[in-house]
Write a protein that binds this ligand. Sequence first.
Ligand SMILES: Nc1nc2c(ncn2[C@@H]2O[C@H](COP(=O)(O)OP(=O)(O)OP(=O)(O)O)[C@@H](O)[C@H]2O)c(=O)[nH]1
Ligand SMILES: [Zn+2]
Length: 333
Amino acid sequence: MTGRRYDVEDPDSYARPVRRTRPRTKQRPSYEDATIGVVVTIDRGRYTCLVDARTVIAMQARALGRKAVVVGDRVKLVGDVTGGDGTLARIVGVEERTTNLRRTADDDDPIERIIVANADQLVVVTALADPPPRPRLVDRCIVAAFDAGLEPLLCLTKGDLAAPDELLEIYRPLNVESVVTQRDGDLTALKEKLVDRVSVFVGHSGVGKSTLVNALVPDANRATAQVSEVTGRGRHTSTQAFMLRLPFGGWVIDTPGIRSFGLAHVDPDSLLRAFPDLDAICEDCPRGCTHTRTEPECALDEAVAEGRVDAARVDSFRRLLDSREARSGDSHD
Ligand SMILES: Nc1nc2c(ncn2[C@@H]2O[C@H](COP(=O)(O)OP(=O)(O)OP(=O)(O)O)[C@@H](O)[C@H]2O)c(=O)[nH]1
Ligand SMILES: [Zn+2]
């Protein structure tokens, strides 16, 4: 078993207090000499981190407690951080996150989870045809993005099969950015949106997400294969998020295992924050107003009636609010 060689050295030796006579708080090592790495993928307790251009495999030190480490996290590494064959570093800390993309517990998975940390854009990949677009799923992705403080980007694939106009019209009132792509087509517009940013790609099976990622990161397959070789854990099962460096600057995080976004944790005001114009209007709402269609005194209705805001925009915002409710068919399969 290849995993054995990792056990030669006790992975928790760094975390253990050296002198037991000191007060507890002072026993903690400061890890001032820790190296910072970015977690690019996780597989059964092995964290693949990038330190500069080096791949370093690590495991969590016990000192970290039950704190979850996710893809995109910037972590403090100690121990052997050379990335040499058979070496294993330890994660002793997680840097504060700028964003948290999360999903609520659902039937498939009873735990609320952070999926990805520190991303700034959510690329919702949808085919214009084959398979047909599923606007409700797109809505739910957009809600997850706004709630997490990520900017949504609609990426409409298979532009050779159908025109994007109808779908774009649905999202126009929300001012969501979009690009249309097709296989072997010009990706300049998409690349311009991705450059120097950390973008999470989501989309259900068959929309052409892999085709896209492979076109953007020519050695994507090699990178994932290499990691499974280094971790000695067999071929990458393709169920874990995987962060890849874009050759033109920035990162993409492919999320093959994310089949749905549970949204029960999303409260109306966190979504409202993504709509500053509507947010300002809602200052006049009664306390506890949820701004949905059924609210009798929501200030949005008055604003629409007085022509202070585009009715379609309010409608679209409320459609997003409604999409939080779970329904069968919300999975991306
Ligand atoms: N016509 C057309 N077909 C495309 C385009 N992009 C991808 N496809 C095809 O659509 C199918 C699905 O593409 P994938 O890239 O495997 O899709 P995926 O979203 O990664 O799907 P999974 O691998 O199941 O997660 C493949 O047969 C592709 O060749 C496109 O722009 N136009
Ligand atoms: Zn309201």
